[in-house]
Every structure is written in structure tokens, then in C-alpha cells.
Design a protein around this ligand. Structure first.
Ligand code: ADP
Length: 398
């Protein structure tokens, strides 16, 4: 069985074609600048890469180009479109409308478009555009929606509710939904496999640390709490996002800076986080370079990020009543030893014995143990693979 995984953004479309027998990636690539001048598709297949500089006025043209690339004489990996058994679409937000991976029907698409756009105005309309484009080009192929939020649907009410009027939660769906669910699901399952345990036997804190970051408590294979909220603005400070902040401070800042409510939220999403604290960059590689040069605000940004992440680890150990494993994943989690050390240092009291030498080793794409042999709590670095989860869920649904 071959599954095409599609991740559509407002002006981009990334894809992977995965063979489910071997779980090998047969082809992958991405279209950039869809609907903008200078659109381009960079595609890989058969161990080769090809760049198509073609006008892509919309996502339909982009997906047609992707399918052509999959057939291409040089980099092509299939002979006919019939070889693609299904398409799995990444969708950021489900609200309470979808709890799990869902087959696309006209009804489902209607709910996605009418109910969920306001929950993720940058992401969900793009995903729906991607689904419609694929349906036009491949009308007979089954399509699945795989939600970033699904893994968090097991959170109990006490974890996902905000302290607002319960009737308002019911009426408007204002609650914590979480993010990066496919990643948290993947790395927590991989951790159990690596440790030779069943997921049901473990209490794990998964730290997905990238441009967007979220931390989850995974008890017995199920998510019981997560740091992101109603939108991906909550939790730890991130590249450009503030993370958790007192709502009254937002109103105060908006007044002082002469911003409307929505401008203030844009400010919190785009101008804050480690970029705002350091005044240098949202990229952790730049922060590390700044630290080496003695830039104190880069040092502060790194310290705040590790400190806030550490607090979630402690809180979730308390929430689960124990801790067996901490997992680091995504761009920063996989590649930034100083952050992992900052999070784990001082956690000896809950059984973490950190191995600084193992931690300092470069990322080689494999699962790495960065706690000592005797550490009661295992600390692992696990490369995430969200596309594989999307493909697996789509295959399971079929
Ligand atoms: P997202 O998918 O949310 O856009 P990533 O998971 O790719 O983000 O993480 C991006 C972050 O990872 C950046 O802050 C970047 O500095 C950091 N990072 C550090 N080292 C590397 C590396 N070798 N490769 C990629 N990202 C890295």
C-alpha cells in the first residue's frame, strides 16, 4: 500500500509518498510560493532531486505538478496514479468536531470548513484547500484528515478546561486543544519500543521543541495534559511566540502600544518569544552564537526557554504521580544540547541522572540515551516523524 502524505500551508505544499509495507519514503518534496511569483517545486525520488520552476497560481496546479513529479522519467517512483491508495492530509486544528483521523466525505469537508477555520485561521483553510485540490485531481482516491490535536483528545476535563464560565466553554468551545499531537504520539511510542516496555507501562514527558514548542504528559500511552492551549500561542515561550502570559498584561500592553485586540495577539505571536527577549533572532543557532560572543540577552533567552520547559517536566511528573522517561524531539530538542542540559540539570530529585558527555554528541538521526545507565528516569533524544504517523493513521483507517 502506498500513501501520499500532504501538508498544505497557505502558500506551500509539502508531500511524502510512503510505502506502508516497508515504511520507506519513496519520494518527497515541496512546492513553495504557491499563488506568488516565482513558484517552485523541489522534488526527490529515486535518489535524485529535480527543481521545477513553474507557475503555480493555486494548490490544484501544485498538486498536479507533484503527481507529475511522482511519474517523472528521471525521479518518478510510480507508473500510474492508481498506485496511490490514499492521501493523508495534515490538519492543525479539529476543535471538538473531530476526535480522531477521519475519512473525507462532503459532510466532513463542510464541517472542517464551516466550524474549524476560526480555530486555526492561518492553517486550516490551507489544509482544506489542499484537500479540495487533491479531490479534483484524484477524485477516486480516498482521503483522510489527520489532526495535530487528536492525540490530545484523551486529556481529562480537569486538564483541558480553563477557569472560565462553564457555559461559555460549552457554547464557544474555549478550552485547551494542544498541538504537535502526531509528534508526541510518535516519540512516546518510540520511547516505549526503545526501552523494551509497553506504552501502558510508562509515564513519559515528551518535549517537542521547535519553532513552535509543546510539552506533553503521556501516561500509559495516552496524553493526559499538554502545554499548548486553545491556540499554539500557549505554554513555553517560543521562537517568536510569547507563550503563557497574564491576559490582563495583554490589555495593558495593547493600550500602551496603541494596538487593537487582534493586533496585540499578532504581536504576541510574531514579535515576542526568544526573538523578543534576545533582540537577535528566533533561531536557536543564532542564540547559541550570541551566547558564545557574550551576548547577555541571548543567554537570558536560552535560560528562560530551558527553565520554562523544566517547569512543565516537573508539573507533569506531579500530575502523573511519577516519571519514567523524558523525551526531546524536533529542531531544538534534537539539536541543541545546551537546552536539554538546562532542562535536566537539577532534576536529580525526581531520579534524573544526566549524562553530559552523551548529551554533547552530535545528532546522527538515531535514538540516543542521554541519561546514565543507572538513571531511574531515562532521558532520550528521538527524531520525530510526523509524516509517518499521518501515513500509518491513514492506512489504519482504510
Ligand atoms: P518547526 O518545524 O516548528 O518550524 P523545527 O522543529 O524545524 O521547527 O525547529 C526549528 C528550530 O530548531 C530553530 O530554532 C533552529 O535553530 C533549531 N535548530 C538547532 N539546530 C538545528 C539543526 N541542526 N537543524 C535544524 N534546526 C535546528
Amino acid at each position: 500500500m502506498k500513501i501520499l502524505v500532504v501538508n498544505a500551508g497557505s502558500s506551500s505544499l509539502k508531500y511524502q509518498l510512503i510505502d506502508m509495507q516497508t515504511e520507506a519514503v519513496l519520494a518527497k518534496g515541496g512546492c513553495e510560493r504557491i499563488g506568488i511569483n516565482g513558484s517552485v517545486l523541489k522534488a526527490k525520488g529515486n535518489g535524485k532531486e529535480k527543481v521545477y520552476e513553474k507557475d503555480m497560481p493555486n494548490h490544484k496546479v501544485a498538486i498536479e505538478l507533484v503527481l507529475n513529479a511522482l511519474h517523472d522519467e528521471g525521479i518518478g517512483v510510480i507508473k500510474s496514479m492508481d498506485e496511490i491508495d490514499a492521501v493523508g492530509h495534515r490538519v492543525v486544528a479539529s476543535g471538538e468536531y473531530f476526535k480522531k483521523t477521519t475519512l473525507v466525505t462532503p459532510e466532513v469537508l463542510k464541517t472542517l470548513e464551516e466550524k474549524t477555520f476560526e480555530l486555526a485561521p492561518l492553517h486550516n483553510p490551507a489544509a482544506a484547500t489542499g484537500v479540495r485540490a487533491c479531490m479534483e485531481v484524484m477524485p477516486k482516491t480516498p482521503m483522510a484528515l489527520v489532526f495535530d490535536t487528536s492525540f490530545h483528545s484523551t486529556m481529562p476535563e480537569k486538564a483541558y478546561l480553563y477557569g472560565i464560565d462553564y457555559e461559555d466553554y460549552k457554547k464557544y468551545g474555549v478550552r485547551k486543544y494542544g498541538a504537535h499531537g502526531t509528534s508526541h504520539k510518535f516519540v512516546s511510542a518510540e520511547a516505549a519500543k526503545y526501552l523494551g516496555k509497553k506504552p501502558g507501562q510508562l509515564k513519559i514527558v515528551t518535549c517537542h521543541l521547535g519553532n513552535g514548542s509543546s510539552i506533553s504528559a503521556v501516561d500509559g500511552g495516552k496524553c493526559v495534559d499538554t502545554s499548548m492551549g486553545f491556540t499554539p500561542l500557549a505554554g513555553v515561550l517560543m521562537g517568536t511566540r510569547s507563550g503563557d502570559i497574564d491576559a490582563s498584561a495583554v490589555e495593558f500592553l495593547a493600550k500602551k502600544k496603541g494596538l487593537s485586540h487582534s493586533e496585540a495577539v499578532t504581536y504576541l505571536n510574531k514579535k515576542c518569544g526568544v526573538a523578543g527577549i534576545s533582540g537577535v533572532s528566533s533561531d536557536f543557532r543564532d542564540l547559541e552564537a550570541g551566547l558564545e560572543k557574550g551576548n547577555e540577552r541571548c543567554a537570558l533567552a536560552l535560560e528562560m526557554f530551558s527553565y520554562q520547559t523544566k517547569k512543565f517536566v516537573g508539573a507533569y511528573a506531579a500530575a502523573m504521580g511519577g516519571l519514567d522517561c523524558i523525551v526531546f524531539t524536533a529542531g531544538i530538542g534534537e539539536n541543541t544540547p545546551i537546552v536539554r542540559e538546562g532542562v535536566c540539570k537539577g532534576l536529580e530529585f525526581i531520579g534524573v541522572e544526566f549524562d553530559s558527555n552523551a548529551n554533547a554528541k552530535k545528532n546522527d538521526g538515531s535514538i540516543r540515551e542521554i541519561s546514565t545507565k543507572n538513571s531511574k528516569v531515562k532521558v532520550l533524544v528521538i527524531p520525530t516523524n510526523e509524516e509517518l504517523v499521518i501515513a500509518r493513521e491513514t492506512a489504519e483507517l482504510l
